[in-house]
Design a protein. Structure first.
Length: 235
């Protein structure tokens, strides 16, 4: 008999589930498009939207069903909708199958059902017009956390401005226009300050990079490469 796994939090369960899904060929986007986790298959791009709870309740069911209701028209969404629970419950599993929803549950050190083949499930593929648009970067945030930090489009722009500050040492209003970020909030929030030469440099309260250190490091490498190429072309 398989040992039952007990998780201290939804975040701990989601972390274990992420490692399990990664090993089967899926990229996991945490806290994306309203899902605790959005799984994307590396081969064919199939998507599974997952909502996690430590126990089944009506809120979980409401979160996983689209506003148009069961099998209604879904213009944009994942191919499969799923719930994640810490242990298997046959009644819940049977009910979810009837609703076309996948029910993941923990068994020993892995989860069921497996998703390591191209035929993921024999039921439950939703009639969607298009899949969810993916963020430019895999969010470096905690899935299933209470009041989760999210990697939004605005934050990606803000991280790029911050990277320019770190690499070049200052930014201009043109940098903000280029990356679609509103300049006005930055000086007002002490995220920018003027140096003795009248250039905008980093202020003491700019902390957005500390919220997303992994994505920021990736963006900073891109900025460094772009600036190096631009400098080489101008020689």
């Amino acid at each position: 008999m398989k040992a039952e796994i007990k998780y201290e939090s939804e975040a701990a369960m989601c972390s274990a589930f992420t490692k399990w899904a990664n090993a089967q060929g899926w990229v996991v986007y945490p806290e994306t498009d309203g899902w605790d986790m959005l799984l994307v298959n590396r081969v064919d791009g199939s998507q599974i939207g997952v909502q996690a709870k430590l126990r089944f309740n009506p809120t979980l069911l409401r979160q996983v069903i689209p506003g148009s209701g069961i099998w209604g028209d879904v213009e944009c969404g994942p191919d499969y909708r799923a719930i994640l629970l810490p242990k298997y419950d046959r009644d819940v599993d049977d009910a979810m199958k009837t609703l076309g929803i996948v029910s993941f549950s923990a068994i020993s050190d892995f989860f069921r059902p497996k998703i390591d083949s191209i035929d993921y499930f024999y039921f439950g593929q939703w009639p969607i017009d298009k899949r969810l648009p993916l963020p430019q970067y895999v969010p470096d945030v905690v899935a299933g956390a209470s009041g989760p930090i999210q990697l939004t489009k605005w934050k990606i722009g803000a991280l790029r401005i911050t990277a320019i500050l770190d690499v070049r040492g200052y930014v201009t209003r043109e940098d903000f226009r280029k990356h679609g970020v509103d300049f006005r909030r930055w000086p007002a929030s002490d995220w920018l300050k003027l140096d003795k030469d009248g250039r905008y440099i980093r202020g003491e309260r700019l902390k957005v990079d500390t919220q997303h250190p992994i994505v920021f490091a990736e963006i900073k490498r891109e900025v460094e490469q772009s600036m190096a190429e631009s400098e080489a072309n101008n020689v």
